[in-house]
Design a protein around this ligand. Sequence first.
Ligand SMILES: *Cc1c(COP(=O)(O)O)cnc(C)c1O
Length: 423
Amino acid sequence: MNFVNDRDFARQLDQVDPLREYRHQFHIPQRNGQPLIYFCGNSLGLQPKAARTALDRELTVWQHLAVEGWFDQDTTLQNEPWLAIHERSKPALAHIVGATEAEVCAMNNLTVNMHLLLTSFYRPTATRNRILTISGDFPSDQYALETHIRSRGLDPAKVLIEVTPHAGEDTWRMATILAAIEQHADDLALVLLSGVHYYTGQAFDMASVARLAQQHNVPVGFDLAHAVGNVPLHLHDWGVDFAFWCSYKYLNSGPGGVAGLFVHEKHHADTNVPRLAGWWGYDQSRRFEMTKGFVAMPGADGWQVSTPTVLAMAVHTAAVQLTAEASMPTLRLKSERLTAYLHFLVRDLVQVITPDDPAQRGCQLSLLIPANGKTVFGQLTEEGIIGDWREPNCIRLAPTPLYNTFEEVWQVGNALSRLLTIG
Ligand SMILES: *Cc1c(COP(=O)(O)O)cnc(C)c1O
C-alpha cells in the first residue's frame, strides 16, 4: 500500500477498518478530557469494558453462593460453576495460539509456567544437556533459566548456548540461529526462544526453528509473552513441544493477569513426563477423593498446580474472547498495516531497530533516539502519547489493532517529526 503523510489519509483508513468498532469495547485512558494515544499495549493492554461485567458476575456468585460457587448452578444467578473455570478460555486461547483445546490451559503466571515446563521438557543426559537460546532475552527468562539449570546440579555457563546478533547489528539473523541449532544438535537437550523479542520487536521464524529442532529430536519451547495476540501462531501444526505466555500485554487481561501454557498433544499420553504437580492438576473426576498418588488430568490441564484465581480468570476469559472474536487473521492484517504506516512516518527521523520485513515483526517498533531520547520521550508523554522507554536510548511504540487507529499513528508520527527536528 502507498502511504501518505496526511491526517485525512489516515482517517480514511480508519473508516474502512473492519475492526474499528472494537476500540469502543475498551476504556481509553484520558487526560484533561482528551483520550491518550496509548501505544503501550505491549506492556499492559487496556481494560476491556467487559472486564468489569465479568468480574462483577463472579463477585455476585461469591456473595450469594460462597463455597457452593465451585459446584452449584443457581437458576437466578445463571452462574457457571468455578470448578470448570479453566475451560472457559480454552476456545479463545486455542484459536489465538493455533492449538487444540486440550493443548492449552490458563494458569499461574508466565515465569512460574516456564519453570513448570522446564521441569517437564528439559531432561538433560550425560551427553545431551545444553540449552540453546538467544542472548539478551527478558531478565525473568534469564533468571529462570540460570536458577533452573542450577537446581539440576548443572552449571549455567556450561549448559547455555546464547546466539547473539552479528557485530554491529541489533537483531538476530535467522540463518545464524538455525546454523547454531544444526551445529550443536548432538549436545542439545532443549531449544528455548522468545517468539517475539521484547526489546527489538523482532519476530522469530518459529516454524523453521521447530522444524529443525524436531529433525534433530530436540524438544523446542517458546516464550510467547510478546507474540500471543500479536503474531500468527500455529503451535500444533509447527510441532512445538511447549509454550507459555502472559496475558496482560496483547491479551488485555489486566495487570498480573492469569497466564497460560501449551503442551503439544504428542506428549499427552506420556504419564511419565516429570512435573511439579499440585491437586488442581489431578484427575478432576476424582480430585476430591483426596487419595494418595498423583493422577494427572489429560492434556495441558494436568500442569495446573493450585486453585485457579477465579476473579482473574473471569477477566481473562472476557479479554481473550474479544481477541478471538476479532480473529487473529483480521487482527494481523490490520496490525501489519498500522505498524507499516508508523514505520513509513518515522523511518527518516530515527533509526528503527525492529526489522523492516513485516514477517519479522509484530505491532511494536523500537526506535533509537540519537540524542536526548529521554527528553523526547518526556515530551511525547506530555502530549498524551504513551509509549515505553528503555535505557539508554530506546522508545518502544506498539500500535495495537484492537483499539488503536491510523489517525493516532499519524499523530504520533507528526509529534515525533516536530520534536526531533526542533530538538
Ligand atoms: C513480560 C515478560 C515476562 C514477564 O513475566 P511474568 O512472570 O509475567 O512477570 C517474562 N518474559 C518475557 C519475554 C516478557 O516479555
